[in-house]
Design a protein around this ligand. Structure first.
Ligand code: ZN
Ligand code: ZN
Length: 302
């Protein structure tokens, strides 16, 4: 069984749980039990470069989200919001992607985007001591600042993503491309969508407040987004931009589950639980429902 070391994010394959990379550095933090993202080769499983959206969802719900839960939500780390951020960012990223595809944009890779969104936060397992006093890294708040500097946890997330994608058998070029969406400044369209999806999740800060109408919410959202939400900035797409900001804010309110015992116990089905909210209240989420649930080809393209 192969796995990623939750300590240094290198790939490892020793069954006794020791990480060669940590061992060679004399890591004192390593108890040999920090196995993140175990990868068992299943006979007959589709190659990841050929997997369809359903196969990806199985991996997301059965492997990736449980790994976030195991490593972020335990006796040492009580970061119950991290998994919520990842799940909601997945919804936002897919809805924004589908909107852009329907608007006629070509050469976007749905597969690369969804793996980048799914793997983006594992680097937060370690706190950067030198960065700590400069930038306060909360669950999503200062992500863009860190991305601009290409430092700290985002680099570790990119490394973890590369290790994992290689271990599951993804082709080198695609693993590097997905990891690059995290590591690089977001210049590629998919990289911008990854960033925008997590920037939107900052709206959780407004979840406890009441707003009279959409313009009031948009005015309050503006400083929270810090000018870093780049989706649909052109005048022709103003309605889409405002719709997703408002609906994201509403989704924050309706999925503010970090203190909910049900969420904490939720294993399989974390994304499905958020999808169910959208489905049940489709009249208040017209943008997300239309573009998230839209049937896509989900074609793979490096
Ligand atoms: Zn290690
Ligand atoms: Zn270690």
């Amino acid at each position: 069984m192969a796995w990623i070391c939750a300590c240094c994010f290198a790939p490892a394959d020793k069954d006794d749980g020791t990480c060669a990379s940590c061992k060679s550095h004399g890591c004192t933090d390593c108890d040999g039990k920090k196995q993140l993202l175990k990868v068992a080769k299943e006979a007959g499983a589709p190659a990841p470069d050929a997997e369809d959206y359903g196969d990806f969802l199985s991996r997301f719900e059965d492997v990736l989200l449980p790994a976030y839960r195991q490593h972020f939500e335990n006796d040492q780390r009580k970061r119950f919001k991290t998994r919520l951020h990842v799940v909601r960012a997945m919804v936002f990223s897919q809805a924004m992607l589908n909107y852009r595809i329907r608007a006629g944009e070509k050469d976007l890779s749905p597969a690369n985007l969804r793996y980048a969104v799914a793997l983006r936060s594992f680097g937060k397992l370690k706190i950067d001591p030198e960065a700590e006093h400069v930038i306060h890294i909360d669950d999503s708040g200062e992500a863009a600042v860190v991305v601009e500097g290409r430092s700290g946890w985002i680099r570790r997330s990119a490394g973890a993503a590369y290790s994992y994608l290689k271990l599951i058998g993804m082709a080198e070029q695609r693993a590097a491309a997905i990891s690059g969406l995290l590591r690089a400044a977001p210049d590629k369209p998919e990289g911008q969508l990854v960033r925008d999806a997590y920037v939107l999740d900052r709206l959780h800060k407004l979840a406890d407040q009441k707003f009279a109408d959409a313009p009031a919410f948009l005015a309050a959202a503006d400083p929270v987004l810090k000018g870093q939400f780049t989706f649909a900035q052109e005048a022709a797409h103003k309605d889409a931009r405002e719709a997703i900001i408002c609906e994201a804010g509403l989704l924050m309110k309706m999925t503010s589950w970090q203190d909910d015992p049900g969420w904490r116990k939720q294993g399989h089905g974390a994304l499905a639980r958020v999808e169910k909210i959208l489905d049940n209240y489709e009249d208040v989420f017209p943008f997300l429902v239309e573009f998230y649930f839209e049937d896509q080809t989900h074609a793979y393209k490096v």
